[in-house]
Design a protein around this ligand. Structure first.
Ligand code: TXA
Ligand code: MG
Length: 342
């Protein structure tokens, strides 16, 4: 594996690696992706092996232009045109009927494909360079081991995929990701289009451009640990995480601190609570959803390394603007099941 600081020579080397069927981890404005030539099924297979991800999970295909995206679809509805024109390049993935050229390995055998034109400069340079020497289509999930926290720094990729990348593979390092959580995914094969995953592009921005299918009822403000298959263990740090309503924080912390041998607790909340114990570390949570998204994964990665016994995190507000960060925190908290109820 070669870890390269992003510059034109490194980008060229990475594009050549893609052409040769190797893996390239690269930054996008959302999170780092683990890329392979989307039209090379053997290269795509390697992504699943490196991540330890079930091969039935479809991958997002990244391209560097509207024309390149259209070429991978069998149908380009007006909704796709409207959203792509308004928000590409950007933190938005569109699900569309796939062209025959898109292999089953990418779509998990479905007849649809997720497409994204990212805005991050290194991502754009890589996709353009790969279009010059190869297919220009890069299949890439987040560059973390399956179930783990997504990477927003090259060092997160390196530690998460330690020992799983080969000699010819590349990690392109271009610092931290501006948006910090994954793209918003919109299914454009249905009318009106439906948000499949809230993410870096707020629902309000989409709604300003076209009518969307109704959002499902907002989840309760305090997501009880859930055991749904698709939620369990997704986006989870290794350290146990409890998502707690703001009003319940004092009692929650008092409970842990009154144990005979209190655990080492990290509390991330929007205000500091009176604390008289070295077992409790408090960090202020950002006051906007954008700032929280940008810090979220880097914080979880760092706290995993710092040896806390428990992360207590304040549940963000219920308003729609906080939907995506609430979703990611709920998934991170759901992995620990009921066993950690105080
Ligand atoms: O921001 C992002 O979206 C990042 C960067 C690297 O682009 N990628 C990312 O990929 O988050 P991943 O694999 O971690 O998540 C992709 C999601 C999965 O939930 C997958 O089920 C969904 O996209 N997806 C991909 N293709 C799909 C399709 N054809 N239909 C429905 N969902 C699809
Ligand atoms: Mg992922």
């Amino acid at each position: 594996m070669r870890l390269l600081k992003s510059n034109p020579a490194a980008v060229h080397e990475a594009a050549e690696a893609l052409r040769a069927g190797q893996l390239v981890a690269f930054p996008t404005e959302t999170v780092y992706g683990l890329g392979a030539d989307a039209l090379n099924p053997r290269a795509v297979e390697r992504i699943f092996r490196a991540k330890g991800r079930p091969s039935s999970h479809p991958l997002i295909v990244h391209v560097a232009s509207l024309a390149a995206a259209k070429a991978l679809t069998a149908e380009w509805p007006d909704s796709a045109q409207a959203l792509a024109t308004a928000f590409w390049p950007g933190p938005l993935t569109l699900v569309l009927r796939r062209a025959d050229s898109v292999p089953d390995a990418v779509t998990g055998g479905q007849d649809t494909v997720g497409l994204r034109w990212p805005a991050q400069p290194t991502a754009q340079a890589l996709l353009a360079a790969f279009a010059a020497v190869g297919s220009g289509a890069v299949a890439a999930p987040s560059a973390n081991r399956f179930g783990g926290v997504s990477p927003t720094l090259a060092e997160h990729v390196q530690s998460s995929l330690e020992g799983r990348l080969q000699e010819g593979d590349v990690i392109l390092d271009d610092g931290s990701c501006d948006v910090g959580i994954e793209s918003t995914i919109v299914d454009c094969t249905v009318d009106p289009p439906r948000v499949l995953r809230p993410g870096g592009l707020p629902r309000e921005a989409l709604s300003a451009v076209l009518r969307l299918a109704e959002a499902e009822a907002p989840e309760p403000s305090l997501p009880a640990p859930r055991v749904s298959g698709s939620l369990a263990s997704h986006y989870a740090p290794r350290t146990p995480l409890r998502l707690v309503a703001e009003a319940d924080l004092p009692a929650e912390l008092a409970h842990w601190m009154s144990q005979p041998q209190p655990p080492k607790v990290l509390c991330w909340a929007r205000r500091l609570l009176p604390s008289h114990t070295p077992q409790l570390t408090q960090v202020l949570m950002p006051k906007t959803p954008q700032a929280l998204a940008q810090q979220l994964y880097a914080r979880l990665h760092a706290w995993d390394r710092e040896g806390f016994d428990l992360l207590v995190i304040e549940c963000p507000p219920r308003e729609q603007a906080w939907e995506a960060v609430r979703d990611r925190l709920a998934r991170a908290a759901s992995a620990d099941g009921e066993s950690r109820t105080p």
